[in-house]
Design a protein around this ligand. Structure first.
Ligand code: TMP
Length: 211
């Protein structure tokens, strides 16, 4: 049986991820693809509890290594109980963030050693990687402004501009290193233009897998 296709959507804060995930979901529905939409950190009951630990402020400094390990703990649970079984039975996965976010936020933002991240990636995922990753790219100053307008900020959203500039640079480095897997979309344009670009990329990159 044909394995499912694993699609991830990435980007900094306020880049319009939710709107574009909706657009990707419509594309998959129109093409009659059997898929599951999920997110990281989170995606299962246990992993969502870890998400709450990661995003809330607990009144003490969050150790960066503890943060990194919790990201991968949530990922192991999500991957082994939801993502892998789905892909194995031919169901596609549409995931809001995955390990590229760890390279961007913990590697770029927090400046943790990317070799350490790569080791954890191998430990948790073995050779499993997304088939297609869409990176929504936007100047962080504009993104943070959008995130602020949405309301209360989580622990990551409260970071400084320089942190988000490093996050953006890391995402762009990943895209440059892996052009086969990644596609970057300029998210500074209108919602309609960005969604149209997304649809074009999905059509082109996924055409050999569509029924
Ligand atoms: P969300 O706001 O897009 O749902 O993501 C939650 C936050 O978690 C977001 O600020 C990015 C952060 N994050 C990491 O720092 N590392 C990761 O590996 C993932 C998946 C998310």
């Amino acid at each position: 049986m044909q394995k499912g296709i694993f699609i991830t959507i990435e980007g900094g804060e306020g880049v319009g991820k939710s709107t574009n995930i909706d657009a990707a979901r419509s594309f998959l529905q129109e093409n009659r693809i059997d898929f599951i939409q999920t997110r990281e950190p989170g995606g299962t009951l246990l992993a969502e509890k870890v998400r709450a630990l990661l995003l809330e402020d607990h009144g003490e400094d969050f150790d960066t290594t503890a943060e990194l390990l919790l990201m991968f703990a949530a990922r192991a649970q999500h991957l082994n109980t939801l993502i892998k079984p789905a892909l194995d039975r031919g169901t596609w996965i549409l995931c809001d963030r995955f390990t590229d976010a760890t390279y961007a936020y913990q590697g770029g933002g927090r400046q943790l050693d990317t070799k350490l991240i790569a080791q954890l990636e191998t430990l948790v995922q073995h050779d499993l990687r997304p088939d297609l990753t869409i990176i929504l790219d936007l100047d962080p100053a504009a993104g943070i402004e959008r995130a602020r307008q949405r309301g209360e900020l989580d622990r990551f959203e409260q970071e400084q501009l320089a942190f988000f500039q490093r996050v953006r640079a890391s995402y762009l480095e990943i895209a440059e290193r892996e052009p086969q897997r990644c596609a970057v979309i300029d998210a500074s344009r209108s919602v309609e233009d960005v969604s149209a670009s997304l649809q074009t990329i999905l059509k082109e990159r996924l055409k050999r897998f569509l029924p």
